[in-house]
Design a binder for this molecule. Structure first.
Ligand code: ADP
Ligand code: MG
Length: 262
């Protein structure tokens, strides 16, 4: 699904990713976790070919991202961090979801019945079929996030990449999004989710990548999420509580950013 080899990314003098190496063979649910400034967004953008590493190689779906970034991007649904998107534009929900079909249809062509069907179906998957004609400006943050996921799904992605999709959204949207991701992953769609809060995905993620500029660990959630690893990653006092099969993280500077800067 995805392979990074000795990837370095720097912004002017600031090193965001340092010797990042990891590999995941089959489509799976990967959660990338780390404090603010850990390079999580940078890692996604590099995987999408939106940022060029200063050295190293990246393959996604067995395509060399540096050589064929556009081909890679056609296969990936990307949901960027919420606050970077302008929702003041006078679009309706259906316009936004149909944008996901433009990669298939090409700009300037009319939408086909298939495009409309696909868009409606994608909106249904995220539980918002009733909002088809609603102006996007009327929606809550969580609903907007679900619309953006529907837009990505309308393009039939092989991998969905989401950057902090659960931040600042209502519990219903949160629950729906997690269910959608779980189902997609079960259907063989790759999911790469960036977060600073692992607890909501502990049960559904296949692998966890602990990132703080470098890769601290990659593995199964219940193996990687140890007290030692999480303290290293976030700093401060961290406790791991096991409940049945699943463990949860308590405490630490999980929501702060002190661990990554400097
Ligand atoms: N466009 C940019 N220009 C300069 N520095 C940047 C830019 N984007 C990110 N950075 C820096 O790179 C580091 C990693 O950022 P980012 O990938 O956004 O981390 P995260 O998503 O984990 O919070 C941070 O130190 C950040 O300040
Ligand atoms: Mg980020």
């Amino acid at each position: 699904m995805m392979e990074f080899q000795h990837v370095y990314v720097a912004y002017s003098n600031n090193i965001a990713l340092e010797d990042v190496t990891f590999s995941l063979e089959n489509p799976c649910f990967l959660t990338v976790v780390g404090p603010n400034g850990a390079g999580k967004t940078t890692l996604l953008k590099a995987a999408l070919g939106l940022i060029k590493p200063s050295s190293g190689s990246i393959n996604v779906l067995e395509i060399d991202v540096l050589k064929e970034p556009k081909r890679v991007r056609r296969l990936i649904g990307y949901i960027p961090q919420m606050e970077r998107i302008d929702f003041s534009l006078p679009f309706k929900v259906r316009d936004v979801v149909l944008m996901g079909r433009v990669t298939k249809t090409g700009i300037g062509r009319r939408f086909s019945a298939e495009d409309l069907r696909k868009a409606r179906n994608s909106l249904e998957i995220v539980g918002l079929e009733d909002l088809w004609n609603e102006p996007i400006a009327h929606l809550s943050g969580g609903q907007r996030q679900r619309v953006l996921i529907a837009r990505a799904l309308a393009a039939d992605p092989r991998i969905l990449m989401l950057d902090e999709p659960l931040v600042g959204i209502d519990p219903t949207s949160k629950k729906t999004i997690l269910e959608v991701l779980e189902n997609l992953s079960r259907d063989g769609v790759g999911v790469v989710m960036v977060t600073h809060d692992l607890n909501p995905v502990m049960r559904i993620t296949d692998y966890v990548l602990l990132l703080n500029r470098r890769v601290l660990a990659l593995g199964r959630p219940n193996v990687v999420v140890s007290r030692e690893n999480m303290s290293d990653l976030f700093g401060g006092n961290v406790e791991i509580v096991r409940m049945g099969e699943i463990c949860y993280i308590i405490g630490g500077d999980v929501h702060g950013g002190s661990g990554a800067r400097g």
